[in-house]
Design a protein around this ligand. Structure first.
Ligand code: NAD
Length: 368
C-alpha cells in the first residue's frame, strides 16, 4: 500500500519523538512491503521563528493532502510571552480546526511490565484499559474570539457547543464502545453548566440508537476521583474538550508516565492526526531523554485507524511490549530492575524488534 504522511515535529522534544515515529513507520513499511513517503512542515514555536505564524499555510495545505499526519509537540518558554494569537498552541488548535478533527481518542492501558512503575498501587492499576473520547474542536478551548476578553479588570472565556457537535462525538463514543466492552460513561458538570445539560440530553437521545451499549452519566469531579481509585471501572469515557484534556493527563499515572500515552484525532472522513498526549517537555528537550513510546504507540493508532492495517498496528504494539518486557525504559519510568536507556536507544530497540520479527518469519518461510 502507498501512503503519504506529513510530519509536524514542532518544538522541544517534538523533533526527537517524531524521528522515533518515522523510524518505526519505515520499519513497518519494509516489513510489510508498503511504500510510505514523508514530508516535514513547521508548526508551533518553530513556525513562529521561521514564518512569523504558528500555522503557516503550507503546513495546512500539506496536511489536507496527506493520508495521515503525525505531530510531535508544540510550545515552550521561549514563546510564552507572545500575545495569545501568536502562541505556539494556536498552531495546534488551528490544525485541529482546519482538518475538522473533532474526535480525540486517548487509550489508556496499563502495561503488565510497568505496573509497579505507577505511583498508584499495583492492584488498583492492573486491570486498567479505558478509552477517553475527548471533543476536540469546540468547548472551552474554542470560545468565540469576539466574546473572549481580558481588559485587566475582567476576563471572559466562553464554552459553546452546537447540538450537532455534541451528537457526532457521542456517536463516536458509542461506536468505539461497540468494539470494546460496550460501556460508555458520559462525563460532564450538569449540576452547574448549561452546556453539560444539553450534553446529557444528547446522550439520552443517542442511546436508543445503540441498544447494545450501556451508558451512564458521571460528574467530572467524581470521574476524576474514580480514575485513580478504581480505573478498571471504566471502558469508554466521552467528554468536553477541557475536561478530556485534564482527565487524560491524570490517567497517565495509570501507565507509569505521560510519555506512554498515544492519541488519534479523527475527522468525519476518518482522516487522522496522531500525536503523543504529552507536551514539548522543555525541561528535557535536546538531551535524548524523552520517552518515544507515546509517539510509537500513536503510529500504531495511525496504522489501524487511517490505513486499516490491523496486523501492522499489532506488530508495533507487540514490539513495544517486548522491549518493555526485556526491562528497557527511559528515565521517566521508575522500574526496580530495569535497564535505563536514552530515548533514541529505546526507539531503536522497538525498530529492531519489528525488523527481527521479519527475519524470524523469513527464516520460517525458508524452512516450509
Ligand atoms: P509536558 O507534557 O511537556 O511535560 C510535563 C512533564 O512530563 C515534564 O516533566 C516532562 O519532562 C515530562 N514528559 C513529558 N513528555 C515526556 C516524554 N515523552 N518522556 C519523558 N518525560 C516526559 O507539559 P508541560 O511541561 O505542562 O508543558 C510544556 C510545553 O508543552 C508548554 O509550552 C505547553 O503549552 C506545551 N504542551 C503542548 C502539548 C501538545 O503539543 N500537544 C500538550 C501539552 C502541553
Amino acid at each position: 500500500m502507498e501512503k503519504h504522511i506529513v510530519l509536524l515535529p514542532g518544538d522541544g522534544i517534538g523533533p526527537e519523538v517524531t524521528k522515533a515515529a518515522k523510524n518505526v513507520l519505515e520499519a513497518i513499511a519494509d516489513r510489510y512491503q508498503h511504500s510510505f513517503t514523508f514530508e516535514s512542515h513547521d508548526i508551533g514555536g518553530t513556525a513562529i521563528d521561521q514564518h512569523g505564524t504558528p500555522l503557516p499555510d503550507d503546513t495546512v495545505k500539506a496536511a489536507k493532502k496527506a493520508d495521515a499526519v503525525f505531530l510531535g509537540a508544540v510550545g515552550g518558554p521561549k514563546w510564552d510571552k507572545l500575545p495569545g494569537h501568536l502562541r505556539p498552541e494556536k498552531g495546534l488548535l488551528g490544525i485541529r480546526k482546519q482538518l475538522g478533527l473533532f474526535a480525540n481518542l486517548r487509550p489508556v492501558k496499563a502495561f503488565q511490565q510497568l505496573l509497579h512503575a505507577s505511583p498508584l498501587k499495583e492492584e488498583v492499576v492492573k486491570e486498567s484499559d479505558l478509552l477517553i473520547v475527548r471533543e476536540l474542536t469546540g468547548g472551552l478551548y474554542f470560545g468565540q474570539p469576539s466574546e473572549r476578553r481580558n481588559d485587566g479588570k475582567e476576563v471572559v472565556d466562553t464554552l459553546a457547543y452546537e447540538r450537532r457537535e455534541i451528537e457526532r462525538i457521542v456517536d463516536q463514543a458509542f461506536q468505539s464502545a461497540r468494539v470494546r466492552k460496550k460501556r460508555v460513561t458520559s462525563v460532564d458538570k450538569a449540576n452547574v453548566l448549561e452546556s453539560s445539560r444539553m450534553w446529557r440530553e444528547v446522550v439520552e437521545e443517542k442511546k436508543a440508537e445503540y441498544p447494545d451499549v450501556t451508558v451512564e452519566h458521571m460528574l467530572v469531579d467524581a470521574a476524576a476521583m474514580k480514575l485513580v481509585t478504581n480505573p478498571a471501572y471504566f471502558d469508554v469515557l466521552v467528554t468536553e474538550n477541557m475536561f478530556g484534556d485534564i482527565l487524560s493527563d491524570e490517567a497517565s499515572v495509570l501507565t507509569g508516565s505521560l510519555g506512554m500515552l498515544p492519541s488519534a484525532s479523527l475527522n468525519e472522513k476518518g482522516v487522522g492526526l496522531y500525536e503523543p498526549v504529552h507536551g514539548s517537555a522543555p525541561d528535557i528537550a535536546g538531551q535524548d531523554k524523552a520517552n518515544p513510546l507515546a509517539s510509537i504507540l500513536s503510529v500504531a493508532m495511525m496504522l489501524k485507524h487511517s490505513f486499516g492495517m490491523e496486523e501492522e498496528a499489532e506488530q508495533v504494539e507487540t514490539a513495544v511490549q517486548e522491549v518493555l518486557g526485556e526491562g528497557y525504559h527511559t528515565q521517566d519510568i521508575h522500574l526496580f530492575k530495569g535497564k535505563q536507556v536514552s530515548g533514541s536507544e529505546l526507539a531503536a530497540k522497538v525498530v529492531d524488534q519489528i525488523r527481527a520479527s521479519d527475519t524470524t518469519e523469513n527464516i520460517m518461510r525458508c524452512y516450509v
